[in-house]
Design a protein around this ligand. Structure first.
Ligand SMILES: Nc1nc2c(ncn2[C@@H]2O[C@H](COP(=O)(O)OP(=O)(O)OP(=O)(O)O)[C@@H](O)[C@H]2O)c(=O)[nH]1
Ligand SMILES: [Mg+2]
Length: 519
């Protein structure tokens, strides 16, 4: 049995957690679904989702630069839509100490959630078991309602009213944080078999697995999915044990878990080997590039900030740029000739998001190694978003996690064309000066010349050293190379060669074999 089959058994017949169909992950979701329904006579409507989030009291959501609970759920909804599903309801709760360790939500809220899913508020007595009571005790110790709850309830209800909640039709409940295996097990029991549960991490992993184009990307996502599934395996067999209570079945369940775990472990080492060999290949390629001494400029930023659009605009690349989260997964590199003739390699990368699954960060580290080698990171921000500060700090912390925090960074505040209010625009421009950011619009082209100048200036300052040299006439070709990798400040034709003052990459500036250094 392949590990996909194991996962299939756990998540239901259609494979992935959400059963996303590649064709449904487009804007035409509903239309495509309906068409198929007409053709085949079966219901292919998008799956209906209720999103659920919990906030802790200890976070001050009021300060700028942080996502509040509703923002985070808005983003989760966009993820759900990106995955081709439809959000029909939303539920929030503020708990003094954040999500309840046993059940994520407090028990009162779980009743409400059951109602939202078309189930009776209270569980039937025979649905409860020993494990359950123990969990409830846990709840009492760990969660208390916040005094602000009334106000929060109000907000939550407001938003919820905006949805078409047809209780009986809820297919999946998606939680805004990664659920621990214990939380997932308890919630599954409390919501019954009609409704599937899923969390933010599994949702993002599903989107990634749908979108990965290259073999390497696919392997990395599969690896991350394995890491996610491993600790959760027990869950799918424990119901057998509970139902029968018989020793024999219990034994069988345990045995099956062992077999599954072994299968997953084997798959994991196979993946590891494949990833490792691709890495070696990539390394060779990188060495080749290094030998060329062309500086690398990476694009990093929150998902949907406009990284691919910027690469396309500057280099006429044709990378897919669209109004979807995680449009880009696999890195693309293009040569970019800057205004003064200097060439850089510009690399587009996967976008970041808050609560980015750690399994993914680990799995994508190999791809993101390019970022680590770059001379400059362009940190692209959608400055027209209300959450731009929160996005920036998320990106900074992911870059830190990848050990890229020390690489020179240039903030590129994009989508300025979206800011129509003059006063707001002015404020952004003033703030940009303080932050050393360049304000641009990849849509209108505004600010892109200034951006290129700034890239040149930084690369010149950070990675080039100024030298004055005499290049013999027979080595004239070298001047072409100097122009490509650095800048020529002045040239003067002397008797025994050309006197050149130039800014060169450190490696090149030491080529004493062909150059006579004057300073
Ligand atoms: N109004 C406006 N829209 C923009 C601008 N730049 C990009 N967009 C739009 O923003 C959306 C996202 O752009 P992408 O270039 O795909 O963003 P990305 O950062 O590559 O996103 P991921 O690959 O998902 O991480 C697209 O719909 C673009 O058309 C801009 O300057 N102004
Ligand atoms: Mg992109």
């Amino acid at each position: 049995m392949s590990w996909e089959e194991i996962i299939e058994r756990r998540h239901g017949a259609r494979g992935t957690t959400l059963a996303i169909d590649a064709s449904s992950a487009t804007d035409a979701t509903v239309g495509a679904g309906r068409e198929r329904e007409d053709l085949w006579g079966w219901d292919a409507r998008p799956e209906r989702v209720v999103v659920v989030g919990v906030a802790g009291k200890n976070r001050s959501y009021e300060s700028a630069g942080e996502f509040d609970l509703e923002d985070s759920l808005d983003e989760l909804e966009r993820l759900v839509n990106t995955a081709g599903c439809e959000v029909v309801g939303r539920m929030t709760q503020r708990l003094a100490r954040g999500p309840a360790p046993a059940t994520y939500l407090g028990s009162g809220k779980i009743g409400e959630l059951r109602e939202m899913c078309g189930l009776p508020r209270a569980m039937e007595a025979d649905e409860e078991d020993d494990d359950e009571r123990e969990d409830d005790e846990d709840d009492e110790i760990f969660w208390e309602d916040d005094e602000d709850e009334d106000e929060d309830e109000e907000r939550s209800r407001d938003r919820r009213n905006g949805f078409r909640v047809d209780a009986a039709a809820v297919d999946i409940v998606i939680f805004d944080d990664e659920l621990s295996p214990k939380q997932a097990r308890n919630l599954e029991r409390k919501l019954g078999s009609k409704v599937r549960i899923c969390d933010r991490t599994a949702l993002i992993l599903d989107i990634f697995s749908q979108r990965a184009q290259t073999a390497e990307g696919q392997l990395q996502v599969e690896m991350a999915q394995l890491e996610y599934e491993m600790p959760r395996l027990t869950k799918m067999w424990s119901h057998l044990e509970r139902q029968s209570g018989s020793g024999a079945v219990k034994g069988m369940g345990e045995k099956q878990i062992e077999i599954d775990k072994r299968l997953l472990r084997e798959r994991k080492s196979l993946l590891n080997a494949k990833i490792e060999s691709m890495r070696t290949h990539r390394e060779q390629y990188r060495q080749k590039r290094k030998a060329e001494r062309v500086p690398i400029v990476s694009l990093a930023g929150y998902t949907n900030a406009g990284k691919s659009s910027l690469l396309n605009k500057l280099t006429n690349a044709e990378v897919l740029a669209e109004d979807k989260l995680f449009a880009t997964l696999d890195p693309t590199t293009r040569r970019l000739e800057l205004a003064n003739g200097m060439t850089v390699l510009m690399t587009d990368t996967v976008g970041f998001i808050q609560k980015l699954p750690t399994q993914l960060v680990a799995a994508f580290r190999a791809t993101l190694e390019e970022v680590l080698e770059s001379s400059l990171i362009l940190h692209v921000v959608d400055i027209s978003s209300d959450l731009s500060e929160a996005h920036m700090s998320t990106v900074d912390s992911v870059l830190d996690e990848l050990d890229a925090g020390e690489i020179p960074q240039l903030l590129v505040w994009n989508k300025i064309d979206n800011v129509l209010d003059e006063e707001e625009r002015l404020e952004i421009e003033i703030a940009a000066e303080d932050a050393g950011a360049v304000v641009v619009s990849t849509l209108t082209g505004e600010g892109l010349d200034a951006l290129q100048d700034k890239i040149v200036e930084i690369i010149k300052k950070r990675t080039l050293s100024r030298c004055e040299m005499l290049i013999p006439y027979e080595r004239g070709a070298l001047i072409g190379e100097i122009r490509r990798t650095g800048f020529v400040e002045s040239e003067e034709f002397l008797e025994n060669g050309t006197r050149v003052v130039a800014h060169l990459p450190v490696g090149m500036a030491r080529r004493k074999d062909v150059v006579v250094y004057l300073t």
